[in-house]
Design a protein around this ligand. Structure first.
Ligand code: SAH
Ligand code: SF4
Ligand code: F3S
Length: 470
């Protein structure tokens, strides 16, 4: 048994990892043919992509995917720790699975992985009160999944294998991609920023970049397989290369990925602190790098930004924002905002509103601050009430929504390029995303999933556009 340990998770050792290749022990292959699995994913794109790897590994064992957990022999929850409600959702699901195991399917195998598995408190709780959970593994040993599942099925007692240190970077893990026209590509794992509210540096470990050759090779293969779009993933993609190379960062990588001639390149998430002029120039220069940047501000108050450990000020954020707007024509900028950080005053909050009024973001994900186990911010005393926080969130949302609509309305009558995703159930219209990452429903004829089409915009809503193919 290996349990998570925050002290270990906090340590950072520079350049102490190797790249190794994934290998499955032949004795596991197709060992469980005839069995079924269900996987539920919470959290960010990195977790979604991990689930694509996990699915492929489980299928190597012979399991077949089902869409209803009631019909599964094995259920795996790939969890997220970022806020309390992500936690609650996963524990709620565990409650339902417990019931299923007690009543209908007593042989059900239940596993938990992802970020919550890296939390000391969660694993303590599972050991104590969730004995029906068969196995737990963390974010650093995804590649050991075949061994872990095999052990969990054969052994009576709980299998808990969570490493707190990141270990080697593993290449060549098989992948069962959800989509056949757009794909996630990891470029950097972990995070060394340690924003004071955030649990990710503890659950995902130290910052580790993949070798540029491995990334380019993966993208080239995706192009050969007919993929139209890649999203380069990392908690802070702007730090790409810093741990590996002297003169090769995200700007250079974007340039090389663009040259594979994949039709669309996206990347996320960008920390404003590491955003270089070279990156902006490269995004502006290459047509297949999408003019869409996610640039989380979190707060507009310098006092709060400092307490958050974000390493920029309102002024430097706005300088960067203006520079990006100036250099990249038609760029869309989206953001993340936290309200109710400990002791955020009305005046601090107004500074956030001030920035929102100025930036008129194309999209914004807004959250109430949620204290996370073991993070520095969770130790701060807080006098702001939950009601006040909720009221601030509502005020903020009213303003951000106003600007989404205003921005979208400006697009009416314009033509945009859209990557078609399919036909929406509700509207019986095609849907897809514009180059600036806006959702659009549209009419047209003989269009297939993955086609990039020119759409004229007829109508604007707060969260989507309507149009028709020219
Ligand atoms: N690496 C990205 C953020 C990833 S987490 C970045 O630094 O920009 C996604 C978003 O969740 C964050 O941008 C933040 O707005 C929000 N978030 C993270 N921790 C949170 C917490 N403890 N409470 C509320 N929101 C949080
Ligand atoms: Fe969390 Fe900050 Fe790292 Fe983003 S940059 S993952 S908010 S610690
Ligand atoms: Fe959640 Fe972990 Fe992603 S905490 S947001 S799943 S990195």
């Amino acid at each position: 048994m290996m349990l998570p340990n925050y002290k270990e998770a906090r340590k950072r050792v520079k350049n102490k990892y190797n790249t190794i290749n994934y290998k499955i022990d032949k004795k596991f292959i197709n060992n469980y043919t005839g069995k079924t699995y269900y996987i539920k994913t919470y959290g960010c794109q990195m977790n979604e992509h991990d689930s694509e790897n996990i699915s492929a590994m489980i299928e190597e064992l012979g399991f077949k995917k089902v869409d209803d957990y009631n019909n599964a022999d094995l259920v795996l929850l790939n969890t997220c720790s970022i806020r309390e409600n992500a936690h609650n959702k996963a524990f709620g699901m565990l409650g339902r699975l417990k019931h299923l195991k007690e009543t209908i399917n007593k042989d059900l195998i239940i596993g938990l992985c992802g970020c919550m598995a890296q939390e000391e408190g969660v694993v303590d709780e599972i050991l104590k009160d969730y004995k029906f959970v068969n196995f737990v593994f963390g974010t650093h040993n995804l590649h050991e999944l075949p061994t872990i599942i095999d052990k969990a099925i054969k052994e009576e007692k709980q299998v808990i294998e969570v490493y707190s240190k990141e270990g080697d970077l593993v290449e060549g893990i098989p992948v069962k991609r959800d989509k056949d026209y757009k794909a996630y590509v990891n470029i950097i794992y972990g995070c060394d920023k340690f924003c004071t509210y955030c649990i990710v540096p503890y659950t995902r470990g130290g910052q580790r970049s993949r070798k540029k050759e491995d990334i380019i090779e993966e993208v080239k293969q995706l192009v050969a397989d007919g993929y139209k779009e890649v999203t380069l993933l990392g908690q802070n993609v702007n730090a790409y290369g810093k741990d590996l190379y002297k003169d090769y960062g995200l700007g250079e990588l974007l340039e090389d990925v663009s040259k594979t001639n994949i039709e669309r390149v996206r990347f996320m998430t960008s920390h404003p602190w590491d955003f270089t002029d070279n990156m902006i120039d490269v995004i502006a220069k290459y047509k297949n790098i999408m003019p869409s940047i996610h640039l989380p501000i979190q707060s507009g108050s310098n006092k709060i930004l400092k307490l958050m450990g974000r390493r920029y000020t309102q002024e430097s954020y706005l300088d960067l924002f203006n520079k990006i707007k100036e250099k990249i024509p038609n760029v869309s900028i989206s953001t993340d905002i936290i309200v109710g950080f400990p002791n955020e005053t009305e005046e601090d909050f107004r500074k956030t509103l001030e920035v929102v009024e100025y930036c008129k973001f194309d999209n914004a994900f807004t959250f109430i601050y949620s204290p996370r186990e073991n993070t520095p911010a969770a130790k701060l005393k807080d006098i702001v009430t939950q009601e006040e926080k909720e009221e601030r969130l509502q005020r903020l949302n009213t303003i951000v929504n106003k600007y989404f609509l205003e921005k979208n309305k400006k697009l009416v009558g314009k033509e945009v390029l859209v990557l078609t995703e399919g036909v929406s159930d509700k509207k019986n219209m095609y849907y897809g995303y514009t180059d600036t990452n806006k959702l659009i429903n549209f009419t047209g004829k003989n269009i297939s999933r993955g086609d990039i089409v020119t759409v004229k915009i007829d109508d604007a809503k707060t969260w989507s556009l309507d149009g028709h193919v020219k």
